[in-house]
Design a protein around this ligand. Structure first.
Ligand code: NAD
Ligand code: SER
Length: 312
């Protein structure tokens, strides 16, 4: 059997740090090469510095390590992206096209490309957003990710390349901190609740957004990547849903565990971004095609977050 050799870009980020650990448990420590533009201090295995726009360096790394799968996580997220829209397009989309071309040449057999709820926009039904729907994103991040979805489908149709993708909701994690997104409040709130007993939220109290707990997000990613290719009917990106809540609902759930916790609201520019996205998602196609089935809801996620953060 062919030994899997996996390159993870953006490995120092919120998802990358956790995903690398899990991939290493499955494929072996030495077979998962983490990479990022910035150094990672506590990497659980091999790590290389790679600016994703440096194609020559990327080719060297692929050749040196005999890479045959890529998880392309490196990106600039929604909130940071609004400060540098053209750079966001370059990092998020042009890097993906470079990877597709390099992968085509070097016979990379599988690529994972994370998309996002930011591909939805004002013309998308906000509640129970279906898999196939109107997509008119308004952020540079959303536009770059939607274009990436279409290019993924193009390379699959045109060249038969096995590219797989999910539209992650906001990800909540205890293992790592988020980096420049609009859903970041749902992680920050736990840290502030435990440290200071209070949090100032940058979204309004009734802003509903779809979210998922990291263990479910990772499990789903691995499940999709292991699924038989002929079962996958979506080659743009799968809707993925788990829970949907507002900041005040999350605050109330935290209060059940930390009774003195208080929250106040000072919405900033991220409010407008959040309002352009879906509030809840339908993921029936992912459930049918590759058995997506998250375990955590708001209550169990909140309990576990607090337990894990206290433990650490
Ligand atoms: P993150 O911001 O925590 O990590 C992204 C990483 O990419 C960072 O470590 C950063 O240093 C790196 N990076 C940025 N520019 C780079 C470059 N030029 N070259 C190499 N590395 C570079 O993001 P994340 O939350 O871990 O997200 C990972 C992927 O998942 C992204 O593609 C993101 O769009 C997607 N996603 C994340 C969420 C979420 O809630 N975390 C939701 C939907 C989609
Ligand atoms: N969590 C991400 C963000 O807020 C969604 O892709 O940018």
């Amino acid at each position: 059997m062919l030994q899997e050799k996996i390159l993870v870009t953006g490995a120092g980020g919120q998802i990358g740090t956790v995903l690398c650990d899990e991939l290493r448990k499955i494929y072996g420590e030495e077979n998962v090469i983490g990479s990022d533009i910035k150094a990672q201090v506590n990497s659980s295995g091999p790590f290389v510095i790679l600016d994703i726009l440096n194609t020559q360096r990327m080719c060297e790394i692929i050749d040196d390590h005999g890479i045959n799968q890529i998880y392309h996580l490196a990106a600039i997220l929604s909130a940071s992206g609004e400060w540098m829209p053209l750079k966001t397009w370059n990092v998020n989309l042009n890097s993906l096209l470079d990877i597709f071309e390099i992968a085509r040449e070097k016979n990379i057999k599988k690529i994972f490309y994370p998309s996002t709820i930011a591909v939805f926009g004002k013309s998308t039904p906000q509640k129970d957003t279906p898999q196939y729907t109107s997509l008119e994103p308004t952020t540079a991040y959303g536009m770059s990710k939607l274009s990436g979805e279409l290019w993924s489908q193009y390379y699959f149709n045109r060249y038969g390349m096995d590219i797989r993708s999910v539209r992650y909701p906001g990800i909540i994690s205890y293992q790592s901190l988020p980096g420049g997104g609009t859903t970041d409040y749902a992680v920050e709130i736990f840290h502030e609740a435990l440290k200071n007993g209070q949090y100032t939220c940058f979204l309004k109290e009734d802003t509903y957004l779809p979210m998922v707990y990291m263990p479910d997000a990772i499990q789903g990613t691995l499940q999709l990547m292991e699924a038989p290719s002929d079962k996958l009917s979506v080659r743009t990106s799968y809707n993925l849903s788990s829970m949907s809540f507002s900041p005040s609902e999350l605050a109330n759930e935290i209060k059940k565990n930390i009774p003195n916790f208080t929250i106040k609201y000072e919405p900033d520019f991220r409010q407008q971004i959040a309002e352009s996205w879906s509030q809840s998602i339908l993921d029936d196609v992912a459930r049918k095609d590759w058995n997506w089935s998250p375990k955590y809801d708001l209550e169990s996620m909140t309990k576990d977050m607090i337990f894990q953060l206290k433990k650490n």
